[in-house]
Ligand binder design. Structure first.
Ligand code: AMP
Ligand code: GLY
Length: 421
């Protein structure tokens, strides 16, 4: 079969690489893809933007793809599933209505509060004055969030009432229509990414990502500077609890509301000091760079998992098989990211990497087939090992072999699980 992937980041390179390992998958097409997917055997980039649903539908038909996998949230929230479904093209991903679980934090929180899913208590506001009054009454620390998609930039964890009020003013000044103010949770964060056919739900291995630009989790938020899996914090017992008390009830509640949620349900969780999992956010897509550590550990062919979801027979799919190893991914960025950065820097050394997987993100090939930087997050190296130290050594050795002007990466990815012995 042929498959089309929408997106052009490290997550999509990992999806293409994983799908092509399956003997049933002959050819993968990426719209728009990146330098890594351009170089991947049996993979071809096709020129169009992620939001150009008409071109994507044409390509899907022309290339006779069996299904389309959508990486980023934007095309999903803009209704790519609904649009392609009108042409009978199967899409692994939720409908536009269902993507509100990520696109509106208040929609998601209301659903959780109605069903009794554990999450931070909160309120929503469309005006600054009542929001500020609520903050003064609740006290700090407190969390202020933009209701809509904000690429990780819409959240302030405020230590003082003044900071929280300032965050409210800043959001309304930026014409944010609605904000959510919620209780500040403490504990350790972990991501549980699950696949669902709208009836059953199967968690993949739990992962932890590193969102901040600076070492020791300091500085601005990014798309993700690294990740590791499986997160030991999430024991199999806790994962079962998350499945039974968070993931499955969410899918059931959506179904009861007539929403066919098929695709990926990603729960960003806080494990409180008491060991209780609480939902920080839901996403309607695979995580990036979590995908780059989860998929290399998945032994079950990904295309079998996806087709089970598309055919609504996930319940009867045999248990997912996992490699008994650890994976750790280190992301290299352009200087200046997550602020402004330069593009077009030559990338050298990738071919020297032997022991790690290199997933491209912001890279492109020029007319002479030179590999150049073209984004903030340029690439990630995933190492696999019997323990996290070994996985980290592989990832960091790979990153050290790769060169481009202004290359930056965090040297402490996985510090929660490294140096333990
Ligand atoms: P979100 O986009 O909602 O996941 O928020 C981004 C980041 O803000 C999370 O990964 C957490 O580090 C932090 N955060 C969000 N909500 C809370 C909360 N209620 N309590 C503490 N930290 C939070
Ligand atoms: N790594 C965080 C995300 O994909 O949302």
């Amino acid at each position: 079969m042929n498959v089309l992937i929408v997106g052009g980041g490290g997550r999509e390179h990992a999806l293409a690489w994983k799908l092509l390992q399956s003997s049933n998958v002959e050819q993968v097409f990426c719209v728009p893809g990146n330098g890594g997917t351009a170089l991947l055997p049996n993979c071809q980039n096709l020129p169009a933007t992620e939001e150009d649903f008409a071109s994507i539908a044409n390509y899907a038909q022309e290339k006779a793809v069996s299904f389309v996998v959508v990486g980023p949230e934007l095309p999903l929230t803009q209704g790519i599933r609904d649009a392609l479904q009108r042409d009978n093209i199967p899409v692994f991903g939720p409908t536009q209505t269902a993507t509100q679980i990520e696109a509106s934090k208040w929609w998601a929180k209301s659903l959780m509060q109605e069903v009794g899913i554990s999450t931070a208590n909160g309120e929503t506001f469309t005006d600054a004055a009542p929001a500020k009054a609520y903050i003064s009454q609740q006290g700090t620390p407190i969390v202020v969030k933009a209701d809509g998609l904000a690429a990780g930039k819409g959240v302030t964890v405020a230590e003082t009432v003044e900071d929280a009020h300032h965050a409210i003013d800043a959001l309304f000044a930026a014409n944010t229509p609605q904000v959510v103010v919620e209780q500040c949770l403490t504990g350790q964060e972990v991501s549980v990414i699950a696949v669902t056919d709208g009836i059953a739900v199967r968690p993949l291995l739990p992962a932890q990502d590193y969102k901040r630009i600076g070492e020791g989790d300091t500085g601005g938020n990014t798309g993700g500077m690294g990740a590791y899996a499986p997160a030991p914090l999430m024991s199999s017992q806790l994962l079962k609890q998350v499945t039974d008390t968070i993931l499955q009830p969410t899918i059931n509640a959506l179904r009861e509301r007539g929403i066919d949620y098929q695709g990926v349900l990603y729960a960003g969780l806080m494990i409180t000091p008491e060991g209780e999992p609480k939902v920080l956010e839901f996403n309607c897509r695979f995580g990036d760079p979590e995908t780059q550590v989860i998929l290399p550990l998945l032994e079950t062919p990904l295309e079998e998992v996806i087709t089970a979801c598309l055919d609504k027979r996930l319940e009867s799919l045999p248990p997912l098989q996992w490699l008994q190893k650890k994976a750790l991914c280190v992301v290299a960025t352009s200087a200046g990211y997550p602020g402004s950065y330069e593009k077009g820097k030559a990338i050298a050394g990738i071919n020297q990497v032997k022991d790690a997987l290199v997933f491209h993100a912001g890279t492109r090939l020029d007319a002479e087939q030179n590999l150049l930087t073209s984004g903030g997050r340029v690439l990630g190296a995933t190492g696999l090992g019997d323990d996290f130290d070994q996985a980290a050594d592989q990832a960091y050795s790979a990153i050290a072999q790769i060169h481009f002007s202004g290359c930056y990466y965090r040297s402490d990815i996985g510090y929660h699980v490294r140096y333990q012995s």
